[in-house]
Design a protein around this ligand. Sequence first.
Ligand SMILES: Cc1ncc(COP(=O)(O)O)c(C=O)c1O
Length: 422
Amino acid sequence: MKEILPSGRSTKVTYAIRDIVVKAQALEQQGKRVLYLNIGDPPVYDFDTPQHIKEFLKKKIDEDASDAHHKVSRYADSMGLKSARDAIAAHLRRERGLAVSTDDIAVTAGASEGIMLAIAALVNPGENLLVPCPGYPLYDSTLALYHGEPNYYALDEQNDWQVDFKDLERKIDAKTRGIVVINPNNPTGAVYTEETLRKILAFAKKHELVVFADEIYDQLLIDKEYKHHGLAALAADVPVLAFGGLSKNYVMPGYRVGWLHFHDPTKKMPKLIGAIKQLLRSRLSAPHLQQHAVSAALNGDHAFQKEFLLRLKAKRDVTVEKLNAIPGISVVPPRGAFYAFARVQLPPGQTDKAFVEQLLEEEHVVVVYGSGFGLQEYEEHGVRYGHFRVVFLAKPDTLAHAYDKIAAFTKRYYEKHHYTPK
Ligand SMILES: Cc1ncc(COP(=O)(O)O)c(C=O)c1O
């Protein structure tokens, strides 16, 4: 029998955030202690799911035996549990001041599932979505699966990683169906101003695009001066598919609970919404038990979030201070989420991937190379630059230790390549 080969489209899927872990695990097998600063998974570090949410879920399992109609062992409704959808709609009305009904909400297995189904429902082979560069790689990999194309638009590092509108205008073409906006952003931690968001909406309206509003980090704003503006609330006449969930804001990524909010104020996408609902039915339902966590989380005590954000601020501050003190490295202070996207000068011919892999081999610190988020190395005023992303969820002492290791490595790396950082 011949070897069984995978489809061509599947071989186009890469996911740098986890791909680098394969190398890290090999080092661990050799007995090395590895510091992981690569994955945005708060419970891996010093955070945990709020106790009241766990208690609520335990109660739901206990009640299960006595309630034949609401057994959590059943499939849930394809659109999601009514209690969860009600809670999400009420949450969005409260937070966004927006008219949202239960019918506008679908519950998905993480925001990831909603994003994948929405792309499947919208993009034909050869069509494209405007995707931020740098940006979260799920959009690229899903487009690859459906023979669509990521059409990268630049985020401007010199302008706090806000959208580069000149680049956006250059990139749009006849095959563009939508624009992805990640706010707060992964990997840069940028929070978009209202002005940026309004300009994106005007652009989407002019070019008749659907806006994908990825708002999975919308409650994780570190600085008081920065406010999160939900895109749907600003979109009076533009169709928006908004994605949210419990993974990050409520410290429960492993539960896989997310949602999709259909916002179509001028009825421009009823058929698209119908197609997404059809796909939701074809995959039966999101996991049932975990959907009970939605009302417990959104309607419950939010005191833990205050502490979460205070601790995040201390971690962010040590990240910015220590990374900016390393010759050859600079970082724009992140304002939301838990990612910092550092720029590193590279000696001629060197790649960000090799920098990150050597850092792992020599200092056992795992970060993710910037090209894994779509941003390739480039030259500016005769200097070559690359990037790497740091997840700053570990304890401040651990982070400081990791940044000392990055500093020591970078110094050796430049010496080895006879390079003096500018
Ligand atoms: C920007 C962005 N969108 C979506 C997701 C996926 O979230 P979920 O856990 O809800 O699938 C992530 C996860 O890291 C993310 O960073």
